[in-house]
Write a protein that binds this ligand. Structure first.
Ligand code: XIL
Length: 339
């Protein structure tokens, strides 16, 4: 009796249901839609293990929806990618990094390469190896050549920025110290990186520079200046931006960004998180970045409090542990929109 009408109602209900399910995320703009990627890329650190998690599928969908840049949190570090001794390809484990790369590629994201050199997160064969300066230099240059060539070859154009050097200020106490001082280590690594992929942008990545009393006396600033003067290839400086209980004003951020920009370098915020007055901290750093034309990326270290390296209770990220947007998210989105 009601056949025609019922069919119509059922069809409308079906249309509505499919519309809701396909548009729930897609219709709501993500952070990546708030600003042109040619002005500023917006990213988060992530891991292959979580991207492919069968139980927490929200992780991958939120990541892809919100960001156009991702940094493998640990998957490109020596400890993961170079687990066995030696320089042969069989010493490497590219699988997690490649999972990240495929994910990024399929969602129109770029990837930041982190990191080719660090005093920490190294495999035990390296830290316990008692290598000479010459052997360490060979290991480092070989590693840079192999890892950069792999991504250039299999994922061309995906990784534009590489943290060639992470935390040079701690290099003196680590496994690499026998090679020499910061300038020597950075020169060797940066030159090897330029040779491996001439089109990549090469960065020094550092923490706490925003707390310097005088940025022009900061050791990493002085190193960057020295490297530029010596014509060693260096294109950018990453500010990790782990903000604990001290806040950093917009003016302070602008001052430190501008100091490096004046050396001809791009600057990027590469690992931001903040647990003291987080909304204000997000606003300060993003506004400062947008006011310096050479500031080209803003990346948080994770995106949900569920998996932050600082522990969920610190709550330093834009999404809570249930993937709800927090006030830090709103502060970040508004700042990107210039509000
Ligand atoms: C951290 C990761 O978040 C942890 O999962 C890992 O156990 C140690 O490294 N500065 C950096 C990042 O440059 O690579 C660090 O990441 C956080 C501090």
């Amino acid at each position: 009796m009601c056949q025609g009408g019922c069919m119509r109602i059922k069809y409308l209900a079906f249309l509505l249901a499919s519309l809701i399910s396909t548009t729930t995320l897609a219709a709501i703009p993500g952070l990546r839609d708030d600003i042109s990627p040619t002005r500023l890329q917006v990213g988060a650190a992530a891991s292959a293990k979580l991207i492919t998690s069968g139980t927490d599928t929200k992780y991958a969908s939120v990541l892809a929806h919100e960001y156009n840049l991702m940094t493998p949190e640990n998957d490109l570090k020596w400890g993961t990618i170079h687990p066995r001794s030696g320089t042969a390809l069989s010493s490497y484990n590219f699988a997690p990094g490649d999972t990240d790369a495929k994910f990024a590629l399929s969602h129109g994201m770029h990837m930041r390469g982190h990191t080719l050199f660090w005093a920490r997160y190294n495999p035990s064969w390296l830290t316990n190896g008692n290598y000479s300066a010459t052997q360490l230099t060979d290991l480092l240059t070989n590693h840079i050549q192999t890892v950069m060539t792999h991504y250039k070859q299999y994922f061309p154009g995906l990784i534009v920025y590489w943290d060639v050097i992470n935390e040079i200020k701690n290099a003196g106490s680590g496994v690499w110290a026998p090679i020499g001082n910061s300038f020597k280590i950075a020169s060797i690594a940066l030159q090897a990186a330029r040779k491996a992929d001439p089109s990549a942008k090469l960065c020094l990545n550092e923490y706490s520079m925003e707390f310097s009393q005088n940025i022009y006396q900061n050791p990493t600033y002085l190193l960057a200046k020295q490297l530029k003067q010596a014509n060693i290839p260096l294109d950018c400086v990453g500010f990790q931006g782990h903000i604990g209980s001290n806040s950093v004003s917009e003016t302070k951020w602008r001052t430190v960004f501008s100091a490096f920009a004046a050396l001809g370098l791009e600057v990027q915020v590469t690992e931001f998180d903040a647990y003291y007055a987080p909304s204000q901290q997000y606003t300060n750093v993003v506004k400062a970045c947008l006011s310096v034309s050479k500031c080209s990326a803003f990346v948080t270290w994770g995106f949900t409090d569920k998996y932050t390296w600082l522990g969920t209770s610190k709550a330093p990220l834009p999404f809570d542990a249930q993937y709800n947007k927090k006030s830090a998210y709103t502060a970040l989105a508004n700042s990107l929109l210039g509000k």
